[in-house]
Design a protein around this ligand. Sequence first.
Ligand code: FRU
Length: 498
Amino acid sequence: YTEEELYRPNFHFTPKKAWMNDPNGMFYYNGYYHLYFQHYPDSTVWGPMHWGHAISTDMVTWTEKPIAIYPDEKGYIFSGSAVVDLQNTSGFGSLKNPPIVAMFTYHDPTKEKTKEPGIQSQGIAYSLDEGLTWKKYEKNPVVEFPSIKDFRDPKMTWDNIHKQWLMVLAAGDKTIFYSSKNLKDWTMLSDFGKNIGAHGGVWECPDFFPMMVEGSDEYKWVLLLSINPGGPNGGSATQYFVGDFDGKIFKLDESFSKDINGQKGLWIDYGRDNYAGVTWSNISETDGRKLFMGWMSNWDYAQKVPTQKWRSSMTVARELKLIKENNHYRLSSVPVRELQNYVANTIKKEALKITDKKTVLIDKSSIDLTRLDIQFTLRNLKKDIYTFSLCNSSDNNISFGINKKDKYFFIDRKKSGDLSFSDAFAKQISKAPFTEDFDKIDVRVIVDKTSIEVFYDNGKTVMTEIFFPEKPMETFSVTKEKFDFTIENLTINQLNFN
Ligand code: FRU
């Protein structure tokens, strides 16, 4: 590896150069998944925001395209969303060539300095060439609320139940819902969130959509809501809410409301590095999946991580599912199935009884430990601590596992390599509380050169974290303290992206 590419992931999206944060404007159209992103092309730290652009046929490998939307005299281009206006309700295109319509937040740096009202407002733009180039609407902004300072990140969606365009945005300590017939004129419907859920920081980047409950005909509305700071392990993180929506008002489900009261929020990911994630629009009904991607970093240290040419990557694309068990709703996420198409070879071990304190499961003579999809089932778990580690010969390790004594999942990156850039990076191990106890559990781990994404119990608990080792990881091992246990159906998939 050349020095400056030492930390470049093998398969997570990164910009070729310069700064990136939130995913924006994700839509699917004509065989392509589009991903825009908060981008400052002139530096590796945050600055005047643009929308960068990348496309993919499968959400796994990406091709970066020219910058899509530039800041202008009205301000920087903050986060937002895009929809395919198939019926040409906006009139920006035609039925034959439907316009793609994006809504973003204008952030006015001049008003910010002078502390004038109306720092943030919403503008729209449209594309008639499948998202490559964009024309801003001449009557921008389309949505304003001058007295609210934090007023941003509009997420539009076609509400096929109430036959309306919907938009939700973050307004400080709440979300506000709007509806529209033509994507230009928006009517305020209601707000949600004051004194509900986690409020350790400002609310950002909401997403709002109906979902079928797995294995039933019931549907519920799900609200994703990113908050910074105030995440379960510090800094930025994304919580979710489950409830009902009558076309105007979102009401939290009663059992869900009890669940979050006990837990200070439920989180789509308990790791430190999954923020501002939202879902793709215009996924066909025959596909029907809810597809999600987040920014794999944290505002606590994002601008200091030790990469040189570029900063930040995205998580793997994930499929969200709404699950109901014992009257509790949970949002699960797992990597999209398209990742399977990249499996180059597989090592399988059927039933491993783990009796030693430390067992090496795999080393670099058999596999490259910087591009893996590992799956296994743990059985006979007792009151013990089960720690899985990826290590290298420089004594760096990234560890994750299950503490059955104190009932939490964890990631520990305290010895994962370069930590010098920020005290906040590895201050403590990250934890995710069990929702219920168990003695058997499925685990899936996606490993890249500088990130780990752990999915427990089919994605009902997820932890995602980044790390910066001095050299790539070389072994994968497990330790336990007292009790023997079993690893079943260990499948180690080597991924290949050439
Ligand atoms: C979230 C966020 C958004 C904002 C954008 C600015 O990470 O703060 O609320 O639109 O980043 O880059």
